[in-house]
Design a protein around this ligand. Structure first.
Ligand code: ZN
Length: 138
């Protein structure tokens, strides 16, 4: 069995944002040389997510509105976590959007369903943060 590990670094210039990282994950898979196996992609930070959904700007706007309803950033003082920091909402947004995805690798390609794309979800940006890609197989 082969295994391949890679870290992808991102620096989202705003507090929140969604990045389609499918091309970077595909590049990592190509580099691995693995044809059949499993690809794990996870955020390495507790205020960021990795998730799979549609690359459609209206949906991303809807996520932003929905997440702000569930865990509004303001008032910052409304969260017990926000002592010396202001990112309690980012932890909660990360929880609901998820930490990781697992994608099957078939014939050297990510075996995604129709319209499925892999996203990095940033909820406390303006700094460098990492995503781990781990691919195992043959
Ligand atoms: Zn925090």
């Amino acid at each position: 069995m082969k295994s391949h590990r890679q870290e992808l670094w991102f620096n989202v210039p705003s507090r929140r944002g969604f990045l389609n990282i499918t091309p970077e994950v595909e590049a990592s898979l190509a580099e691995s040389g693995i044809r059949e196996g499993i690809c794990l992609v996870n955020a390495m930070h507790i205020t960021a997510s990795v998730f799979i959904n549609d690359d459609e700007s209206g949906l991303h706007h809807d996520y932003e509105v929905w997440l702000e309803k569930l865990a509004p950033h303001e008032p910052v003082g409304g969260y017990r976590h926000n002592v010396g920091e202001d990112n309690a909402d980012a932890h909660m947004k990360r929880q609901i959007m998820g930490r990781e995805v697992v994608v099957a690798v078939t014939d050297g390609r990510l075996d995604l369903g129709p319209w499925e794309q892999i996203f990095y979800g940033e909820f406390d940006g303006r700094r460098r943060k990492r995503v781990l890609v781990k691919i195992i197989g043959e």
